[in-house]
Design a protein around this ligand. Structure first.
Ligand SMILES: Cc1ncc(COP(=O)(O)O)c(C=O)c1O
Length: 425
């Protein structure tokens, strides 16, 4: 598309946007009566207007039915809580490209990383190493480090293999380097764990190709999809990914600390994988018999541990229903245009360097800007102008236009604010 740097052009794009009505389904934060330009859905997505009534529904069920809310089949409970998680499965399956039995909303992201590693990281004397990405999110690094330390005789320094960016200053990691590292270390690798989309650079890794290499070398592979889910289309089942987890407070708009979810490929559903269990992962038909001896529920549900937080699930469910209605393919189409427009506007400013790849196949909606000269000053200026991005030390501003509630006019206004800032220096 040929872009133009005018307000009329941006408004024209908004008028012809087939998803434009979705913005009205979210509360856009305001300052002094003016809507903020919220480019921070990569950190905390906005509140859907249906969130309050969804939450209220379950508060009412609790108020009216007490414990009967778990089982009540009458209209007094809109959805009995016992199977409430199942009502999220169709939307989640669509978002990650899975069968409904392969996904389950549960727990929080890092908790799920631990639970899944307990199943998929089974070191032996020969195969004990973990391959990951250098500079992945700290929580992932800490999870790997502490899993290694759980095993007598293993130390993180000899066990964790980090694939690093090439020394070309881009901070990006080449798929072929990851594939080469898998092949090189295949004899000693127990598992591969990495992000699908890098939180800092915004780079999307070629998950299909990496999973294929992992499969060829018989190494289980899992992905942290915190920044990928709801941002880019995923096909975890077809790619043969073994396991994955994500959070739903970013692009899934489930609210601060919202419930996470897991994917476990159906090839692992034969119940033999070891796991850290709790009663909610027990076969549902026998759970209340309260007998000893853990029998996992079939599919991803068998990784549940504790009683689900229904109030949190109600927000999650309401938010992903909007996503499922819009459809990830249409969202992605708009997202590529929004981010392409932002990139085009940023590229006109020589002071700003974009870290994120320029190939749309290698990025989601987020662009990470490297601002070497007084980056924090620029970030504070943008915040003052009502433009909400986020700051990552030492010199990175992340801006993430999200297709559900951002507009092309938002992007144009960011460009104008940046021009004014540099003109004022
Ligand atoms: C890529 C990634 N992994 C893990 C986490 C940690 O998530 P939580 O605090 O929900 O466990 C985050 C949080 O933003 C993240 O972005």
């Amino acid at each position: 598309m040929i872009y133009k740097n005018t307000l009329d052009f941006a408004r024209q794009l908004d008028q012809t946007d087939p998803l434009r009505s979705y913005r009205d389904r979210f509360h856009i934060p305001q300052r002094n009566g003016q809507a903020l330009i919220y480019l921070c859905g990569n950190s905390l997505g906005l509140q859907p207007k249906t969130a309050r009534s969804a939450l209220d529904q379950e508060l009412t069920t609790w108020q009216n039915l007490g414990v009967e809310g778990w089982f009540d089949q009458t209209e007094a409970a809109e959805q009995p809580w016992l199977r409430y998680h199942e009502t999220c499965k169709a939307a989640l399956a669509q978002l990650v490209g899975a069968q409904p039995s392969e996904v389950c909303p549960m727990n929080a992201l890092t908790v799920n990383i631990h639970l899944l590693l307990a199943s998929f990281y089974r070191p032996t004397a020969q195969k004990y190493k973990i391959l990951t990405i250098k500079g992945d999110f700290p929580s992932d690094q800490y999870a790997l480090e502490t899993h290694v330390k759980q095993h007598r005789g293993l130390a993180p320094a000899d066990t964790i293999i980090d694939v690093a960016p090439r020394p070309d200053g881009t901070g990006l990691i080449h798929t072929t380097d990851i594939q080469a590292a898998i092949a090189e270390h295949a004899d000693s690798l127990a598992v591969i764990w990495m992000s699908g989309l890098n939180y800092y650079t915004g780079q999307v890794y070629n998950m299909a190709a990496i999973a294929e290499t992992a499969r060829k070398h018989c190494v289980p592979i899992g992905f942290d999809l915190a920044h990928a889910i709801g941002n880019i289309p995923l096909r975890l089942h077809d790619w043969g990914v073994d396991f994955a987890t994500w959070c739903s407070y970013k692009y899934l708009n489930g609210g601060p600390g919202a419930v996470s979810g897991v994917f476990v490929h159906e090839k692992h559903h034969d119940q033999s994988l070891p796991r850290l269990a709790g009663w909610w992962g027990y076969r549902e038909d026998k759970r209340f018999e309260m007998t000893s001896g853990f029998l996992p529920a079939p599919g991803a549900d068998g990784w549940q541990v504790s009683t689900p937080n229904i109030l949190a699930l109600s927000l999650h469910r309401a938010a992903i229903a909007i996503m499922a209605e819009a459809g990830i393919v249409a969202l992605r189409q708009k997202s590529e245009h929004l981010t392409g427009y932002l990139e085009w506007i940023l590229n006109q400013l020589e002071e700003v360097l974009i870290l994120t790849p320029d190939d749309p196949n290698q990025r989601g909606c987020q662009l990470s800007l490297l601002v070497r000269k007084n980056g924090k000053g620029l970030f504070n200026y943008l915040t003052g102008q009502g433009i909400i991005g986020d700051w990552r030390e030492p010199d990175c501003i992340r801006l993430a236009p999200t297709p559900l509630y951002n507009t092309f006019e938002d992007i144009w206004r960011v460009g104008e604010a940046l021009k004014a800032y540099y003109a004022s220096l």
